[in-house]
Design a binder for this molecule. Structure first.
Ligand SMILES: O=C(O)CCC(=O)C(=O)O
Ligand SMILES: [Fe+2]
Length: 265
């Protein structure tokens, strides 16, 4: 089920080192996670494209999707109201969440970070050039991130400081992605995050798992600011990860471009 080289669809498995999200540090040798992406309505309905070694995986993902879509729907409404937009302004750009025949680059990503003791080549403490997941912004509209209690996730604040997103049981982290930053004209900047190798070997010698639901707009939607771009941002580079301006990007092309840039397979 490994992702095929140069895949047009990014559905499937990728192993440690197959994806490099860290755009800023060429010194990072390897990102140590493996993950399974569930993308596209055709792929995600085809049982043969799911790992047969894990019985019930597709069923669990399907159930997870229903709950996640309900939550994303509510969040999109809240965010739109917060921005002073009509309540359905974001929901109507993500109709595929309810109508699974509409193409999109939305993804469910299940990540597994193996215990470091099973990787003897890794130098714990981030000084070996390895990291669990490199610094990046998500390239979708929002991400709902479910992490276990192991820890290591850091978030970079707008003032540039890294803070730990210490796991809180039964909580979900809401991450603003590249496309929400554009939609909101810079009011909700995309949030850089990473997963570090912790110094505590008791924790890094346990597996860590996370699950992300990241809705992207309907396939052929052009994404543009729904509000005037914040004055101080006009004409400035938007972020080191995302597009270099707030100009219109096509949702499909955008996610594809970022995905292809990160994939080393
Ligand atoms: O594993 C995590 O907590 C973060 C995963 C992540 O950032 C991603 O998949 O985009
Ligand atoms: Fe992420």
């Amino acid at each position: 089920m490994r992702k095929p080289t140069g895949a047009a669809s990014f559905h499937g498995y990728a192993g440690p080192g197959d994806e490099t999200l860290n755009a800023t540090s060429p010194n990072v040798a390897n990102e140590l996670r493996e993950f399974f992406d569930v993308t596209g309505h055709k792929e995600s309905n085809d049982e043969s494209l799911f790992p047969s070694e894990i019985p019930g995986f597709k069923k669990a993902i399907d159930e997870f999707r229903v709950e996640s879509v309900n939550l994303a729907d509510k969040l999109f409404r809240c965010i739109a109201l917060y921005l002073g937009l009509a309540e359905d302004e974001l929901v109507k750009r993500h109709t595929h969440m309810r109508d699974r025949s509409v193409p999109t680059q939305s993804v469910i990503r299940s990540s597994m970070y193996s215990p470091l003791k099973t990787m003897p080549q890794v130098q714990i403490g981030n000084d070996g050039g390895e990291i669990r997941c490199g610094e990046h912004c998500d390239w979708h509209t929002i991400s709902l991130l479910f992490q276990d209690l192991i820890g290591g996730l850091d978030i970079r604040t707008t003032s540039g400081h890294w803070i730990e997103a210490t796991p809180i049981e039964n909580s979900i982290i809401l991450i603003s992605g590249d496309l929400l930053e554009i939609y909101s004209g810079g009011r909700l900047p995309a949030t850089p995050h990473r997963v570090r190798i912790l110094d505590d070997t008791k924790l890094t010698n346990k597996p860590r798992q996370s699950l992300v639901f990241a809705p992207s707009p309907d396939g052929f939607e052009n994404v543009e600011p729904l509000l005037p771009i914040l004055g101080e941002l006009k004409g400035k580079p938007r972020s080191i990860y995302g597009p270099q301006s707030y100009s219109i990007v096509n949702a499909l092309e955008w996610v594809h471009k970022r995905h292809s840039a990160a994939a080393t397979y």
